[in-house]
Design a binder for this molecule. Structure first.
Ligand SMILES: [Zn+2]
Length: 414
């Protein structure tokens, strides 16, 4: 087989396009594959498909998948044609992606790498600039969002996440059953969630059964406006309640640490993370220190026990059992003389219906926590996002469940 035939095969170049030459530049580590449009072949207007006349050609180059370790460039004299109706137009090469200097297969490779690594890592690996990789990502998300047909979710999760370090937020809405992010909006006001609901018809909205969220008034208001019988559907999930209690435990710890430090006792210093573990997941080497702290009659250990006891509500299968546990817990919490705990206890009491809804609907925190973990990871690996749009698109890229590949490239992953 001649090398031109071989390349025609592996590049998927088909009639009327043909590979005319392959040049191997050993020193530069490059292969250039030249492709031409067959001279005998007629042309039609790329705009309307009607008959057209050949005019001239334009040299264009695309970066393609590497041949072994060699950077591979596809170069073609692309015919321009004259259409009586549309004037001069350039033919569309079947391997290309509009607006990009890469073949569709190469873009697909970049997309697959981006699922595994940061923009910076991918740009180093594939010898591309940061902007080139970013361009592939932005085009992929745009394509994916245009192709997407949103199915009405049965169970939704709404969460806020901070953008950069300032107190700026975006609202993230996810389909909890499919584990896919549907919507990313600026801010965490009522409209941020309201605009998502507006994308569905009234009939579709009535099919939403549960909306898991934090105890956050604007999200509650938006849901009440959009869904019939919303108060039966709003669910305050374990993830968010645990977060509030965890913060309360830490407030108690900080206060107590200050008092102990004044007396020269540093035993609570640097223990913030110890109190956040689920007891079963405490690392072995931290266990002796933690056990010792719990056995001392510290305010912090009391706060921690109250947090763990509250979590038992989620072991229940039905409202009645959970309510019983809550009542016992609440009377202990409210008499605990731990102000931060009492504050959260009152908040939980006000939100009890929503908490019981979550328990009855079997909303687990796995999905919400999972999505949150991925978003925190994106922030870390990007070391902050230069713009809100990039942050939003990174979330869609990794969590949107979108069909990201260019046309004609079949999926290489599930
Ligand atoms: Zn035309």
């Amino acid at each position: 087989m001649r090398d031109t035939d071989l390349y025609a095969r592996i590049l998927g170049v088909d009639q009327p396009w043909q590979v005319t030459d392959v040049e191997l530049r050993l020193a530069g580590g490059e292969v250039e594959v030249r492709v031409e449009y067959a001279a005998s072949e007629g042309v039609s207007c790329p705009e309307c498909g009607g008959p057209a006349k050949r005019y001239d050609t334009r040299l264009r180059r695309w970066r393609h998948l590497p041949t072994c370790q060699y950077k591979t460039i596809l170069a073609a004299q692309v015919p321009r044609v004259k259409c009586p109706r549309h004037g001069t137009k350039t033919l569309v090469a079947p391997w290309s992606t509009p607006g990009s200097g890469f073949t569709a297969l190469f873009e697909a490779l970049v997309i697959d790498w981006l699922r595994e690594a940061s923009i910076l890592a991918v740009s180093r690996r594939l010898d591309l600039t940061w902007d080139e990789v970013d361009g592939v990502m932005q085009r992929a998300v745009k394509r994916g969002l245009e192709r997407r047909r949103l199915a009405v979710p049965r169970r939704l999760g709404v969460d806020e996440t901070s953008f950069q370090k300032r107190h700026e937020y975006v609202t993230v809405v996810a389909d909890l059953d499919r584990g896919v992010v549907h919507h990313v909006a600026d801010g965490r006001g009522k409209a941020a969630l309201g605009v998502y609901y507006e994308g569905f018809s009234e009939d579709e909205r009535s099919q939403i059964e549960t909306v898991a969220m934090d105890m956050w008034a604007p999200y509650i208001a938006a849901t009440r406006d959009a869904l019939p019988a919303a108060d039966e559907k709003i669910a305050f999930d374990k993830f968010h309640v645990a977060m509030h209690l965890g913060k309360a435990v830490d407030r108690v710890r900080r206060e107590e640490n200050r008092l102990l430090s004044d007396r020269g006792d540093d035993s609570l210093k640097g223990t913030r993370h110890l109190w956040l573990y689920h007891p079963d997941r405490l690392p072995e080497k931290a266990a002796p220190r933690f056990d010792q702290l719990v056995r001392r009659a510290l305010k912090t250990s009391r706060a921690w026990m109250l947090k763990e006891l509250a979590m038992e509500m989620w072991e229940c299968r039905d409202r009645q059992a959970a309510r019983k546990i809550f009542n016992a817990w609440y009377s202990w919490a409210i008499r605990s003389r731990l102000e931060p705990i009492k504050h959260v206890a009152r908040m939980i009491k006000r939100s009890l219906q929503g908490i019981l809804n979550a328990i009855a609907a079997g909303v687990t925190n796995a999905r919400l926590e999972g999505i949150n973990t991925v978003i925190q990871g994106l922030k870390r690996s990007a070391r902050g996002f230069r713009s809100r749009t990039r942050f939003r698109n990174a979330i869609y890229f990794h969590l949107g469940g979108l069909d990201l590949h260019p046309n004609g490239v079949t999926h290489s992953h599930s």
